[in-house]
Ligand binder design. Structure first.
Ligand SMILES: Nc1ncnc2c1ncn2[C@@H]1O[C@H](COP(=O)(O)OP(=O)(O)OP(=O)(O)O)[C@@H](O)[C@H]1O
Ligand SMILES: [Mg+2]
Length: 402
């Protein structure tokens, strides 16, 4: 560090000793010396800054320890070496309190010893300064990183919400179609009732209207479960089998995929402690990808045995350790050199307007938040399997944002 020469103030009321001590540093490149015969002179010399005070303990005006105290007050990182004829307990205690670096016993015999002690004190000071500099830059860097992290979290939360809303747009088209047929039935029956006198028939129509209405209600409930903002929802014991079933229906409906080609093989009574809407989001995204991959490879075809595209949703439990789930498709597959990128936000191979590239990133974020794992196994032209794992004993997510 190019700090220039350090200011060494030497104080001793015996002129011979003072000049002896000063002369030890005549050819020393590291220091510039101010020699003082008393405390008053020393205080003046310090006023312009001081790095090291080498002072006799007994001075006629201001005592050595008092001088040290004042040097320390005005220059907190000053190094202090006391010259003393003897070291009493009092001196030692006062010196300790002042964090005195070392002693030199009077009269100083060994020039090298004095110089060595001065250099050691200066080294210590320099190290302290460098540490503080590092600390300050680390603290600043840390604050910058924290600010950046907070910003990223905010942006991510916004993205998740907007992705969900965009998803709802896609789903809405399919759902409107799905709702329109029972609604058509309801309207037809209601008109028929108006012109019907047969009481029994009217009762039959009314019952059918109730059934149609129930199926409309189911669709609406599924959609509102998906669009709910996770923040406002409580943690519950999520029934995984039910969530998978709902997600499968939702995706099949919105992508017009034959539900018969979406096979569910879930063990009964699988529970994860989480927010239902988030777990549903995970499966909607994975199943949507699987269906899209299956359609990409096999074409949409006609529903029925001729169509080879297939998605299997399996789930189970390993002992009391964790619950697992798999989304398997026999779709286009993912090239080995792209697997590393699929969880990145905005990575997509789908045409503009069809994919945001956020689906898997959201899956990853939600699953890891619940201390779960997601892994992928894929072969081009064969298919892909996404595997999930959730700990059974999890009492909610890692973060405390309840
Ligand atoms: N089951 C799968 N089979 C083949 N490729 C997949 C599969 N799942 C994901 N991918 C690949 O990973 C990419 C990223 O998937 P992700 O779900 O994050 O975004 P996306 O599906 O492209 O867009 P969005 O989810 O917004 O519709 C996809 O574009 C696709 O290339
Ligand atoms: Mg996707």
């Amino acid at each position: 560090m190019g700090e220039g020469r350090r200011h060494l103030v030497i104080v001793d009321d015996e002129p011979v000793i003072l000049s002896l001590l000063s002369s030890m540093f005549d050819d020393d490149e590291r220091v510039r010396v101010t020699a003082c015969l008393n405390g008053t002179e020393a205080l003046q010399a310090m006023a312009s800054g001081i790095d090291l005070l080498l002072t006799d303990k007994n001075l006629p005006d201001v005592g050595g320890l008092e001088l040290a105290r004042r040097a320390r007050d005005s220059h907190p990182d000053v190094q202090i070496i006391i010259i003393t004829g003897y070291a009493s307990l009092d001196t030692a205690l006062a010196a300790m309190e002042l964090d005195v670096f070392d002693y030199i016993v009077k009269p100083p015999r060994d020039i090298h010893d004095v110089r060595r002690k001065v250099h050691q004190a200066l080294d210590k000071q320099q190290m302290g300064r460098e540490n503080r500099r590092l600390m300050a830059s680390l603290t600043q860097r840390n604050a910058e990183l924290e600010a950046a992290l907070a910003e990223i979290k905010e942006v991510q939360a916004e993205l998740i919400q907007s992705e969900k809303l965009a998803g709802i747009g896609t789903l809405a088209a399919g759902i409107a179609h799905e709702i329109s047929s029972p609604l058509f039935g309801v309207m037809g029956l209601a008109e028929a009732i108006v012109d019907e006198d047969d009481h029994e028939l009217v009762r039959g129509y009314a019952k059918e209207i109730v059934d149609y209405s129930k199926s409309i209600k189911d669709i609406v409930v599924q959609l509102s479960g998906y669009s709910r903002t996770a923040e406002t929802e409580y943690f519950t014991t999520v029934d995984l089998g039910k969530v998978i079933e709902d997600a499968a229906k939702l995706v099949a409906r919105s992508l017009s995929f034959d539900p018969g080609r979406l096979r569910i093989e879930a063990a009964p009574a699988l529970y994860v402690n989480a927010r239902t809407s988030e777990i549903q989001q995970v499966f909607v995204n994975l199943i949507k990808n699987a269906v899209e991959a299956a359609v990409e490879r096999h074409g949409r075809g006609e529903a029925g045995p001729a169509f080879a595209g297939e998605v299997v949703l399996a789930a189970g439990q390993h002992g009391d350790q964790h619950v697992w789930a798999e989304v398997r498709d026999n779709g286009s597959g993912i090239a080995a050199d792209r697997i590393g990128a699929i969880f990145d936000p905005f990575y997509t191979t789908k045409p503009a307007g069809r994919g945001t590239g956020l689906g898997l990133n959201i899956v990853y974020r939600i699953v890891t938040k619940y201390r779960g794992q997601v892994t992928v196994d894929s072969e081009v032209g064969q298919g892909t399997t996404f595997s999930l794992r959730f700990p059974v004993d999890a009492d909610g997510p890692e973060s405390t944002d309840r």
